[in-house]
Design a protein around this ligand. Structure first.
Ligand SMILES: Cc1cc2nc3c(=O)[nH]c(=O)nc-3n(C[C@H](O)[C@H](O)[C@H](O)COP(=O)(O)OP(=O)(O)OC[C@H]3O[C@@H](n4cnc5c(N)ncnc54)[C@H](O)[C@@H]3O)c2cc1C
Length: 472
């Protein structure tokens, strides 16, 4: 009689090894759970291999280029810089490889069993794996976490060929800097690519269907970026409905801008968001449901309709950010352990956009606070008056704080902090804490900021909401 081996059993089986999945795996293992992690490509996911890390690494190259090009202002003659993009790409890969090695080592150290292959969920929390180096495997888990992430989206008329029409996946491995680029979509990733290409010498046009770029950002912060982009020669066309494109015969293409005419470019970068990667997850016979856009349906605890099955990260309809995936992974493990869970407060997560100038924010915009019924007071301070910003030669931008109006007409509870300018992605921390601790203006205003530092602009902005100010 043939002996059929029993599926290997784990406390938790995680499908997908991106930030959502690997955070759950690492955190769960640190709590003593026995974890299986299934990944069909490389652990680290979009974020490490074709997302956050490579995008920010290439943006750093753009920053170095900008600094060298502007060195003359500091009395340093460095001449006109040129880019050897092969070296740039090699450095990017080195950073990825180092982080990949570190993550793989950590998973091993925590005794997480990593399966190489495609995972599918079936009834009774049975998970099959195939198509990879681990061969055909069957597992069961007391708990299962779906963390299958997302894929780039395109739009009708722009079939991604990897040559002329690119998504972020192809942009991040380009072999040379194109001379002209149309970026379709002026969201966070589109603006990052526009900024990078412009700094590296491309002629860039952003094509955005909405009335402004960076929708979702506070208008004052978004305006800082629009003005800076225009000054640097980045053309921004809003309210544009692109219709498709035709090869121009010069190796490039002509983009149909509808009523806005046409645009000849070398490359088209489609940056119109991502779609959940949930087409082939099995799920038959389970209570896991997808919504009409393909996102796994979950409640505020990331629980699906199937008992003891959770979903985290880009495959659920929450902000598509790596750190949101981390937070959800941690929250789900806490739930699995039967401990008290604080669900992620999606209205207060930190956002960071690494174009030049950078944007970072947490909490309500002025518009959304008013829409939510708050009576608000706001304060804005520009980096132009900040000594450190002038010293580093990067004083374009502002900090804006939105607070609930108190009985005296000054700022009460801090509802939102929005920044655009130098290193704001590294400066948001205080604003994030203020918003999430529901701190009041009075509680934060007496905090001391080091001098000279960029953080003084945040301090000044909060101080002036008390009704008194120093330099404001
Ligand atoms: C260009 C770009 C820049 C970005 N920049 C930032 C940034 O600066 N900051 C930020 O917070 N976010 C950024 N993001 C978003 C961030 O990358 C994602 O939010 C994050 O990677 C989502 O993590 P995840 O674990 O949900 O999914 P993913 O990272 O997509 O990982 C999912 C993993 O699951 C695997 N998988 C899928 N299905 C299966 C299956 N059935 N079996 C086995 N394995 C499977 C995939 O191979 C993949 O490795 C950026 C994204 C892009 C594209």
């Amino acid at each position: 009689m043939e002996v059929v081996p029993l599926p290997e059993h784990f406390d938790v089986v995680v499908i997908g090894g991106g930030p959502g999945g690997y955070a759950a795996a690492l955190y769960g293992a640190s709590a003593g759970l026995r974890i299986a992690l299934i990944e069909k490509n490389k652990v680290g996911g979009t974020c490490l291999h074709v997302g956050c890390i490579p995008a920010k690494e290439l943006l750093e190259t753009a920053t170095v280029y900008r600094h060298v090009a502007g060195a003359k202002e500091f009395g340093i003659e460095a001449g006109q810089p040129t880019v050897d993009f092969a070296v740039t790409q090699a450095r990017k890969q080195k950073v990825i490889d180092q982080l990949f090695k570190g993550l793989s080592g950590l998973l091993k150290q925590r005794k997480i069993t990593v399966y190489d292959g495609h995972g599918r969920l079936h009834a009774e929390r049975r998970v099959t794996v195939d198509g990879g180096e681990s061969g055909e495997v069957e597992l069961t888990g007391d708990a299962v976490i779906i963390a299958s992430g997302s894929l780039p989206r395109s739009i009708p008329g722009f079939d991604v060929d990897g040559e002329v029409v690119l998504t972020s996946d192809e942009v991040l491995s380009l072999e040379e800097v194109p001379s002209s680029v149309a970026v379709i979509g002026g969201g966070a990733i589109g603006c990052e690519f526009a900024s990078m290409f412009s700094d590296l010498g491309s002629q860039v046009t952003i094509l955005e269907a909405l009335p402004k770029i960076l929708p979702g950002c506070d208008s004052d912060a978004a305006n800082v970026v629009s003005r800076s982009f225009k000054k640097r020669g980045i053309e921004i066309k809003t309210g544009v409905k692109v219709g498709g494109h035709q090869p121009s015969g010069k190796g490039g293409t002509t983009v149909d801008l509808g009523e806005g005419g046409t645009l000849d470019v070398d490359k088209v970068v489609v940056s119109v968001g991502r779609r959940p990667n949930t087409d082939d997850l099995g799920l038959d016979g389970t209570g896991v449901k997808l919504d009409d856009r393909g996102f796994v349906q979950v409640d505020e605890y990331c629980r699906t309709g199937e008992d003891s099955v959770w979903a985290v990260g880009d495959c659920i309809a929450t902000p598509a950010l790596a750190h949101v995936g981390f937070a959800e992974g941690i929250a789900v493990i806490t739930d699995i352990l039967g401990e008290d869970v604080v669900p992620v407060d999606y209205g207060k997560v930190p956002w960071a956009i690494y174009c030049h100038p950078e944007v970072a924010f947490a909490g309500h915009t002025e518009e959304s606070a008013k829409e939510a019924g708050f009576e608000v007071v706001t304060s804005k301070h520009r980096y132009m008056g900040n000594g450190r910003a002038l010293i580093i030669g990067d004083a374009d931008g502002l900090v804006k704080v939105i607070a609930e109006k108190n009985a005296e007409g000054n700022g009460g509870r801090i509802l939102g902090v929005h920044m655009a300018g130098p290193w704001v992605t590294e400066q948001l921390g205080q604003g994030y804490l203020a918003v999430n601790w529901e701190a009041t203006v009075d509680e934060v205003a007496h905090f001391i900021q080091p001098h000279p530092s960029l953080a003084e602009t945040f301090g000044e902005t909060v101080l002036s909401l008390t009704g008194r100010s120093l330099h404001g």
